[in-house]
Write a protein that binds this ligand. Structure first.
Ligand code: ADP
Ligand code: MG
Length: 335
């Protein structure tokens, strides 16, 4: 069987079955944003690894070396934020063709180092290899959290509020701008959202320590695709209200100008790296006020439901069932 038939998630499932449950001090292995391992007392270590591959995740012409370095670290930090943890130590594995420009790699490391400094992360090692054609930037990030507060994709029940911690759709709009080569000055915030996403570590830590939140994930694949991970992990369904999606004014303007449905980008776009979570209805306002008092936000976008599956309530109030959506690395765009 070819990988294109099995697909990315089929492959991960196969690997999971092959390696089985790790046991020992491992609280969570494959299936969440990070692996969670008991260290001492009530502390847990969080492990995550994410890579950026040239031609798959980025094009050199779309970004600059410093922003590429930032993003390679940002996508990893975001997975630590999705557990409510604090990022600590990073390793960088680099695969590069021998024709690579050393100044380019220099610039990339420089951007990575600046971001590491901003988040109190230490870059402590890595690995280097020749790559036949594409540049590979793979990072491994270690973080920590307390065992009692760490948040998983599983843990929510039916009739809870689904929320996000920031605007969605902007990153997908930024990518669309790059693909169309339209004037980038006009839509700076959209370009920024795509090229230099801000991982929501502060938000994650507040959500986790509040003790009110029941599940959490970061939006890397898109609101619907990532909400599906929560639904499957927690054995619930969900309904998302299109009208409630936080979409920036600039994103709406861009979409209007280019005949794109902003809500589609917000629901299916991905790479926004905000957090998506659930909170029981009775605790929603307390959580909202707590976030506000710390200078952060949450936006309610729907509710979890008994059973399975995700539905969208559109502007006219119609309820639409959504099939499996999201990016699969081996099957192509929509799965
Ligand atoms: P995220 O988008 O949050 O980074 P992924 O979709 O990349 O998560 O991965 C989903 C889960 O599968 C994670 O728990 C991750 O650790 C695991 N995973 C992905 N690829 C592999 C692999 N090659 N071997 C083992 N586990 C993997
Ligand atoms: Mg994630």
């Amino acid at each position: 069987m070819k990988l294109s038939e099995l697909g990315e998630f089929g492959l991960i499932e196969k690997i999971r079955n092959q390696i089985g449950h790790p046991g020992g001090k491992v609280i969570k292995g494959i299936d969440d944003d990070c692996a969670v391992v008991e260290i001492s007392g009530d502390r847990v270590s969080l492990f995550t690894s994410d890579m950026l591959v040239e031609g798959v995740h980025f094009k050199k012409g779309f970004t600059n070396p410093a922003n590429l370095g930032r993003k390679a670290l940002a996508v990893n930090i975001s997975d630590i934020a999705a557990m409510g943890g604090k990022p600590l130590y990073a390793l960088l594995s680099l695969g590069a063709p021998e024709t690579s420009d050393v100044d380019y790699i220099d610039g990339m490391i420089s951007g990575m180092k600046t971001m590491a400094g901003e988040y109190g992360i230490h870059l402590v090692g890595g690995d280097t290899s020749l790559s036949p054609e594409a540049l590979f930037i793979s990072m491994f990030l270690v973080g920590e959290s307390s065992k009692d507060t760490v948040l998983y994709r599983s843990g929510t029940g039916p009739e809870q509020v689904v929320f996000v911690t920031g605007e969605v759709g902007s990153s997908a709009a930024g990518l669309d701008i790059l693909r169309r080569v339209v004037s980038i000055k006009k839509y700076a915030s959209l370009m920024e959202a795509h090229l230099t996403p801000r991982p929501h570590v502060k938000e994650g830590e507040i959500l986790a320590s509040s003790g009110l939140v029941t599940s959490l994930i970061d939006v890397s694949d898109g609101v619907i695709a990532d909400l599906r991970h929560i639904c499957e992990g927690s054995r619930v369904g969900a309904i998302v209200r299109q009208m409630d999606l936080p979409i920036s004014e600039e994103c709406r303007q861009y979409c209007d100008n280019y005949g794109i449905k902003a809500e589609e980008l917000a629901l299916f776009g991905g790479e926004d790296y905000v957090l998506l979570g659930t909170v029981p209805e009775h605790a929603y306002y307390e959580l909202r006020d707590l976030m506000k008092s710390e200078g952060c936000s949450i936006f309610p976008i729907g509710r979890t439901k008994p059973g399975g599956g995700i539905r969208i309530q559109n502007k006219d109030g119609d309820i639409i069932k959504v099939g499996p959506v999201g990016y699969d690395h081996f099957k192509g765009r929509q799965v």
